[in-house]
Design a protein around this ligand. Structure first.
Ligand SMILES: [Zn+2]
Length: 313
C-alpha cells in the first residue's frame, strides 16, 4: 500500500512527495520487525527502481511467508528522478549531503527529515545506489568505519563482490545511512552499475541479499540464497587510479575481476594531437571493481579502483 509520508506544494502548482510502499501482513507495526529499503536519493541511479519492482513482485508471489514489515521508499529525490539527474534539480545539490535534514529547512531538507522520522525504529535500513554516469561499479556494500563492527554481520548477507569500509563520501556524516546509524538503526549502502542504466543481474543479486536480511530478522520465512564469503577492504587496500592529463579515456577492460600487475586498464588519448597521453597500468595484482564509463576526463578524474588486499573482517 502506497502512503504519502510528506507532501509540499511547489510554486509551479505541483507537489513534491515522499512515497512509501508498505508491505505487511500485520496491523501491529510497532511490535514487528521492520525493514526499510530506500532508493532514488540520486536521480540517475536506476537499479533501485528495478529492485523496488522485483522485491515487491517476489514478496507478493509468496505473501504468506512475510512475517514482518517491508517499507520501500522508491523515489526519495523525486525531482531528480523525473529529470534523470544525480542531484536535486536547480540547487544542483547532492541529496545524500543534506541528512538528517530539518523540519524547517529547504524543501528537500524537509523531505530528508520526514524520511528519517519515518524509518526511525526500523530493524534495518538498506540504501540502494546505482552509481553515476561517470563510473561503472561492481556490486559492493559500503559501510561506515564508525559503525562497521555492528554492521558487518548484515553486510555479509548481501551477495556482493566486496564490502568497503568507510568509502567517504558515500557513508559520511551527511548521508542517510550515517544518520540512521546515529539513531540506532543499522544501515548500509549498496552500490553497483552505472548511471541511467539498469543491470538486472546486479538488481536480482541485491534482491536475493535483501531476502537474506529479511530472513535474518525473521521478516521472511521463505528460502534465502546462500553466497560465498565476501572480501572486506578499506581505502588502504585499494589502488585508486586517476587521470594525469585531460583527454578521452579508452577502456581496455570489458569486465570486472582479477587483473595482473602491469596489465593495461586503458589509455587516455588526445584526439587533437592523435597521441596517447597516458597509459593506465595496474600497479599491483588485484580485483578491478570500478572503471571509468564517461570517456571525457580531466586531470584528477577517477579511472579505476583495484582491490589489492583484504583487511581483517
Ligand atoms: Zn548514489
Amino acid at each position: 500500500m502506497y502512503d504519502t509520508i510528506f507532501s509540499m506544494e511547489l510554486p509551479v502548482g505541483e507537489h513534491i512527495k515522499l512515497l512509501r510502499n508498505r508491505i505487511s501482513n500485520t496491523e501491529d507495526i510497532k511490535n514487528s520487525s521492520r525493514m526499510s529499503i530506500v532508493t532514488g536519493i540520486h536521480g540517475d541511479e536506476m537499479e533501485g527502481q528495478y529492485i523496488c519492482y522485483e522485491l515487491t513482485r517476489r514478496i507478493e508471489n509468496e505473501r504468506d511467508k512475510l512475517k514482518g514489515v517491508v517499507d520501500i521508499y522508491p523515489a526519495v529525490n523525486l525531482l531528480g528522478l523525473d529529470n534523470a539527474i544525480h542531484t536535486i534539480p536547480k540547487e544542483r545539490l547532492d541529496m545524500n549531503h543534506i541528512f538528517p535534514g530539518s523540519p524547517d529547512g529547504s524543501m528537500m531538507e524537509r523531505v530528508a527529515y520526514a524520511l528519517i522520522e519515518d524509518i526511525a525504529g526500523a530493524s534495518v535500513c538498506i540504501d540502494v545506489h546505482g552509481s553515476d554516469i561517470f563510473t561503472r561499479e561492481s556490486l559492493q556494500v559500503r559501510i561506515n568505519e564508525e559503525f562497521a563492527a555492528g554492521l558487518m554481520e548484515y553486510a555479509k548477507l548481501m551477495p556482493a563482490n566486496l564490502i568497503w569500509k568507510n568509502p567517504c563520501p558515500s557513508v559520511a556524516a551527511s548521508t542517510l545511512v550515517h544518520s540512521m546509524n546515529c539513531i540506532g538503526v543499522p544501515a548500509f549502502t549498496v552500490e553497483c552499475g552505472v548511471g541511467n542504466t539498469i543491470n538486472t543481474k546486479y538488481g536480482d543479486r541485491i534482491v536475493d541479499g535483501i531476502f537474506n536480511v529479511m530472513k535474518y530478522f525473521g521478516i521472511w520465512e521463505g528460502e534465502a540464497v546462500h553466497h560465498d564469503d565476501t572480501p572486506v577492504c578499506d581505502d588502504s587496500s585499494i589502488d585508486f587510479m586517476r587521470a594525469d592529463k585531460a583527454g578521452l579515456f579508452i577502456n581496455s577492460m570489458n569486465k570486472f575481476g582479477r587483473v595482473k600487475k602491469g596489465q593495461c586498464i586503458g589509455k587516455i588519448i588526445d584526439v587533437n594531437k592523435n597521441e596517447v597521453v597516458q597509459e593506465i597500468i595496474a600497479p599491483n595484482d588485484g580485483i578491478l571493481f570500478t572503471v571509468r564509463e564517461f570517456p571525457m576526463v580531466y586531470e584528477g578524474a577517477l579511472l579505476a579502483r583495484i582491490l589489492v588486499q583484504e583487511v581483517e573482517k
